[in-house]
Design a protein around this ligand. Structure first.
Ligand SMILES: [Zn+2]
Length: 231
């Protein structure tokens, strides 16, 4: 079997997602990028609590199914577009955790300024507007949202996270669900105490800083090119 070890890892994290009650037996999907242009992705229509390595599909980044006997996830295009949008990413996890999904169906936002872990792991989640599940529109909307965030709330749908490893992407889903639960409980308790601006800025994830630097560099280079054209 091709990519045995990597497909075992994808299957393990899918079962873990289900066992941790972060998705239903029919919902959610996980992928891993290997060799730069191949994604290993969970299948459609199978019990997510019992997924095994040989059921993990192999798809090229151009969308070709290299395991035609397996039906890939209906959200395969969304995963492909996310990898195209974020070349630094190696893993994508999409799920429908109950508390996060409740926020995705509400106008209230998940507060990542309450607990240090939430801000350090998540930064500030992006919000993607609603589009039909499995559609090219949803794939395009989510690809735009991950350009500036590591976690995305999909309106009236669920959540998606990215990472350099499967563990990092899984952790972000787990911490986001915890942050959503903490937001709800502190609201019920009353007397909410948020981290201060200074405390939050020392917790900003490193990736966010490197994104800022890249944006600055892009602007500098663009300006230099424009100046050259004018000269
Ligand atoms: Zn979904």
């Amino acid at each position: 079997m091709e990519y045995t070890k990597e497909r075992q890892e994808v299957a393990y994290f899918m079962r873990r997602l289900y066992e941790r009650r972060l998705t239903t037996c029919s919902g959610g999907n996980i992928s891993l990028l290997v060799d730069g242009d191949i994604i290993l992705i969970t299948p459609s229509g199978l019990d997510k609590g019992r997924i095994e390595a040989e059921q993990i599909g192999i798809i090229s980044l151009s969308g070709e199914n290299l395991t035609p006997s397996l039906k890939p996830s209906i959200e395969t295009e969304m995963h492909i577009r996310v990898y195209q949008s974020r070349p630094d990413v190696r893993a994508v996890v999409h799920a429908h955790p109950v508390v996060c999904s409740s926020f995705a169906a509400s106008e209230k936002e998940i507060n990542t300024s309450l607990i240090a872990e939430s801000r350090a792991v998540l930064g500030k989640p992006a919000i993607a507007q609603y589009a039909f599940m499995g559609s090219p529109e949803l794939a395009a909307i989510v690809a735009r949202a991950v350009a500036g965030a590591n976690t995305v709330l999909l309106t009236n749908h669920g959540v998606l996270s990215i990472g350099q490893t499967l563990l990092q992407a899984f952790d972000r889903i787990e911490v986001l669900e915890a942050a959503a639960t903490i937001t709800l409980i502190t609201h019920l308790l009353g007397g909410k105490r948020e981290l201060t601006g200074a405390q939050l800025s020392e917790l900003e994830p490193r990736e966010e800083h490197s994104l800022e630097i890249n944006e600055e560099l892009v602007q500098l280079i663009t300006q230099a090119v424009l100046n050259n054209l004018k000269a």
